[in-house]
Write a protein that binds this ligand. Structure first.
Ligand code: HEC
Length: 116
């Protein structure tokens, strides 16, 4: 049974290929999911986390610091926290970790669109 399978390298290759495809689509589905979570922050913190002023920018923040702030909001450790106190409770610690990593990976300065 096993021997006959190994004698067909094309079957092996096809299986490997499908496996790789599967892994890739899972990864991109995950990053799409994270983008969607992060998009809900844009309403207040600016598109892609670039604030237009009067609000903290999230883009380019230190990831660990951001995770800590979110967890502190969630646990009610931050005095006077308003909306974030409620909002942070809607995310698991893992989601907070991933959202923070997403914003931390963006450049702190909003990339300026080049004119032609
Ligand atoms: C409805 C508006 C609103 C939304 C949506 C929102 N925030 Fe906030 N956020 C605030 C306000 C207001 C503050 C500052 C006051 C406070 O602590 O409540 C804040 C503060 C923060 C801070 C602390 C900023 C700093 O540098 O001290 C972080 C981090 C943060 N928000 C992350 C997020 C993330 C991540 C999301 C999306 C999951 C999000 N926020 C969505 C309103 C919002």
């Amino acid at each position: 049974m096993m021997k006959s399978f190994i004698r067909k390298p094309s079957v092996l290759m096809a299986g490997l290929f499908v496996g790789l495809l599967g892994a890739t689509s899972v990864a991109s589905a995950q990053s799409l999911q994270i983008k969607q979570w992060a998009a809900s922050c844009a309403a207040c913190h600016g598109t892609d986390g670039y604030s237009e002023g009067g609000m903290a920018s999230l883009a380019g923040q230190n990831k660990d610091a951001m995770v800590k702030k979110m967890i502190d909001y969630k646990n009610g450790k931050v005095p006077g926290a308003t909306i974030m106190h409620q909002l942070s409770k809607g995310y698991t610690d893992e989601q907070i970790e991933k959202i923070s990593a997403y914003f931390a990976a963006l450049p702190a300065e909003k990339p300026v669109a080049k004119r032609k």
